[in-house]
Design a protein around this ligand. Structure first.
Ligand SMILES: Cc1cc2nc3c(=O)[nH]c(=O)nc-3n(C[C@H](O)[C@H](O)[C@H](O)COP(=O)(O)O)c2cc1C
Length: 171
């Protein structure tokens, strides 16, 4: 397996973190990786926040219904996209994935925590003083893994089809 595939297939959502600090250079490289995400018509309609202040992390985790572990992370990336952009969700999701994979390539665990259309989206935006022309797409807490759960993945034959749709594909 090549290195890229090892990173892609090895990534898992990590929700338990060690207290070690993530090196600033990893944060920087990850933001660089984010810049290279694909985006419809190359509009790049995103703003990506980096939150490392403990009090702010706690406030975000209070807001995020299924992200209570955010307060235990070293860093939380916060992805916003322009509210009126047609492809805001796709573009914001692409950049989110780029961040998850970049972090994992450095051995840093993270987890995509829902942001788009969540009841707390606006509160997170206001907490971080982001203009209302942006909407929250995702929250990405990150830290060195203290524990990793390995969720099962569907079998290839259940999710792919060759040429035309079939319930189960023959490999
Ligand atoms: C759009 C989206 C929203 C998610 N929201 C949450 C969340 O709010 N809290 C959480 O703990 N995990 C969240 N996850 C992570 C998924 O639970 C996780 O990706 C899934 O269980 C598969 O596990 P894996 O990432 O280890 O492959 C989200 C993932 C996606 C793509």
């Amino acid at each position: 397996m090549n290195l890229g595939l090892t990173i892609i297939k090895g990534r898992r959502s990590v929700r338990k973190y060690k207290t070690d600090k993530i090196d600033d250079n990893i944060i920087k490289e990850t933001l660089e990786a984010a810049r290279y995400a694909p985006t419809a018509r190359n509009v790049q309609p995103w703003k990506i926040g980096v939150v490392r202040n403990k009090e702010t992390l706690e406030k975000i985790s209070e807001l995020a219904t299924y992200g209570k572990f955010i307060k235990t992370a070293d860093t939380c990336f916060v992805v916003f996209a322009e509210k009126d952009h047609k492809f805001r969700v796709e573009d914001g999701s692409a950049v989110t994935m780029q961040i998850l994979l970049s972090l994992w390539s450095f051995g840093v665990g993270s987890c995509w925590v829902a942001g788009n259309n969540m009841e707390y989206s606006e509160d997170v935006r206001k907490l971080l003083s982001v203009p209302d022309s942006y909407v929250l797409i995702s929250l990405i807490p990150a830290g060195y893994p203290a524990d990793v759960t390995i969720p099962s993945k569907k079998e290839r034959k259940e999710i792919f089809f060759n040429e035309e749709y079939s319930e189960e594909c023959e490999e």
